[in-house]
Ligand binder design. Structure first.
Ligand code: AMP
Length: 222
């Protein structure tokens, strides 16, 4: 293994396959997978103060305010299992979040190694979200057309119930794509200018995308 810690972000619009790929990368390179959306859904389910503050933003496909999301992620990054690197999925989504991440890493003498950007044409995203089934307990996602669960409605990993997220409805997804274009595309450019962006064709099948990510990672990091 090369130099540690391995700090990575995975960027891409809703339905680009970030969660699916993040789980694989985290397992292969032994870094915790920190998904801001999963953490927010957990807060909602537990009805914490943050969860209650986030509900109305999430349900309409808007971004949860930066200060709330940043402190949630910083807390998570300070857990001992993130000492040796972290794979962020869904964060940062704004320039303010990207700068806060730089500051947090700098405090520990760390810098972001790579930003992996999964690129998928927008027309495919709405369709992917509409076909996405998510495990209520571990957030693994399935698409019955390309990666169906072994048993309909049940997660292969932990037997959890599969459900369709409210915000995967086409009207909410369209809003999420608009927000992505306005707030998150500048983050993609921010990393491109720094020379740490790697663009990956997210239209390939799951193994094809995973292979390309691995190739890019190993070329850049090791
Ligand atoms: P996701 O599961 O990543 O698609 O996130 C679901 C929803 O959670 C988003 O539509 C936002 O409302 C909220 N969310 C997740 N991550 C962030 C973030 N980094 N900044 C602001 N809001 C976020």
């Amino acid at each position: 293994m090369g130099d540690r810690p391995l700090d990575l972000v995975l960027l891409g619009p809703v339905g680009a396959g970030k969660g699916t790929q993040a789980r694989r990368i985290a397992e292969k390179y032994h870094v915790p997978h920190v998904a801001s959306g999963d953490l927010l859904r957990m807060h909602r389910a537990q009805k914490t103060e943050l969860g209650q503050a986030a509900v109305s933003y999430m349900d309409r496909g808007a971004l949860v305010p930066d200060d709330l999301v940043i402190s949630m992620i910083v807390d998570r990054m300070r857990q001992p299992d993130a000492n040796h690197g972290v794979l962020l999925d869904g964060f940062p989504r704004t320039l303010a979040q990207a700068r806060a991440l730089d500051d947090e890493l700098a405090e520990e003498g760390r810098t972001l190694k790579l930003a992996l950007y999964l690129e998928v044409p927008f027309d495919i995203l709405v369709e992917r979200a509409a076909n996405r089934w998510t495990c209520r307990t571990c957030s693994t996602t399935y698409d019955y057309r390309v990666n169906p669960p072994r048993k309909a409605g049940i997660c292969d990993i932990d037997g959890g119930e599969l459900y369709q997220r409210e915000d995967d409805r086409s009207d909410v997804v369209s809003e999420r794509i608009k927000v992505y274009l306005k707030d998150t595309v500048p983050v993609v450019e921010y990393y491109r200018e720094r020379g740490i962006l790697r663009t990956i064709d997210g239209t390939r099948d799951i193994d094809g995308v995973a292979g390309e990510i691995e190739r890019q990672l190993e070329a850049a990091v090791w």
